[in-house]
Design a protein around this ligand. Sequence first.
Ligand code: PLP
Length: 430
Amino acid sequence: MTDKFPALNNNKIVQQLSTKTPLFWPNPHCLPASEGLTRVGFTLTDVQDAAERLQRFAPLIAEAFPESRARGGIIESEIVDIPAMQHALAQQGPLHGKLWLKKDSHLPISGSIKARGGIYEVLMLAEKLALASGEFSEQDDYRQLLTPYFRQLFGRYKIAVGSTGNLGLSIGIMGATLGFQVIVHMSSDAREWKKQRLRDHQVTVIEHQNDYSVAVEQGRQTAANDPHCFFIDDEHSSTLFLGYAVAGLRLPAQLAELGISVDPQHPLCVYLPCGVGGGPGGVAFGLKLAFGDAVRCYFAEPTHSPCMLLGLSTGYHEAISVQDIGLDNHTIADGLAVGRASGFVGRAMASLIDGCYTLSDQRLSDLQLLLHHSENIQLEPSALAGMQGPLWIGNEASRLSHATHLVWATGGSMVPQAEMQRYLEMGNLP
Ligand SMILES: *Cc1c(COP(=O)(O)O)cnc(C)c1O
């Protein structure tokens, strides 16, 4: 099965992964939050610092992106209940508790979870450069950074990133809005409309015939030879990670507003689609900080690209790829077509992730159509990965009858209508 890793030849989980058998993996290394949190390498203060930075930038975001004004320039998404979807899913297996959808699919600016980390890292960079110029202080009105003086300053710098699509979209739109020269290295599976939208924003798109890891590596090398070029590193960036983590800190207030209480008797189960790991890892970190052991975080991956499950369960992290166990890393789930997980995130979160599971592309399509049909909500295929989670853990203890299941919908609102139609045609209703 794998020549490079003979020690895995009798590994049951790897066998199931390599035959693309959907599976649920409860993480045996998961520790109580109080212990697990000490191993992450970041603290609550780091996430609060990120939240405050986003607050400082809120007036600028509101000015530049009218769709963000309803929340005063804070990039945050709604939580909605999906009773018809819950009813439909409950026909397919035990589902206790109540099902909710976190609509990062409808985040302003780039319509995906990447509007959290990607945009945050661009803002962090802009703030650093502005402060270093001596012409700006943290007490100033951040809208000044949209004026020609600062646009020219930022225009002297390049930002490079490798992406399967959504990260490029977030960094490209935000970077170009501030005046940076942005270069996005796209993997071969990136959608044409995402490339076009970036070019419409004067972003340079470089297409690669290879997969995501190669696109990232190319971006890294371009930047390494140019001192005026910053590389946003999806595989190693703590800034991205902290940008995502802010979501977790905001959740208690959001749930309280909906009258949802979270405590050990009323656990919150969160299902997060996972690509390289930064998005779900960061959000899960923030959630564990906010709720401790009352929250459980599960990562969801396509059967063709289960890089995080593979890395965590074997302990090999980024040293092993899904290709090493004979998988092709081809999936309709855009942001999840990642063959090698971030070792940084895998190690940081190894004792805080409650479990991982896989599901097939066909199942993603079926769930996409079911949500469209039952709730008239349109997501991109990757965003449905979380929807299978409540069924996997539905067989667990009856304590879950008071659970809140939160499916993290990670993208979809910017998918062009014709493309969405083609996606929906791939699904089957039960
Ligand atoms: C990027 C992405 C994810 C996963 O985020 P990672 O940081 O790559 O793990 C999930 N869903 C969508 C739609 C994405 O674009």
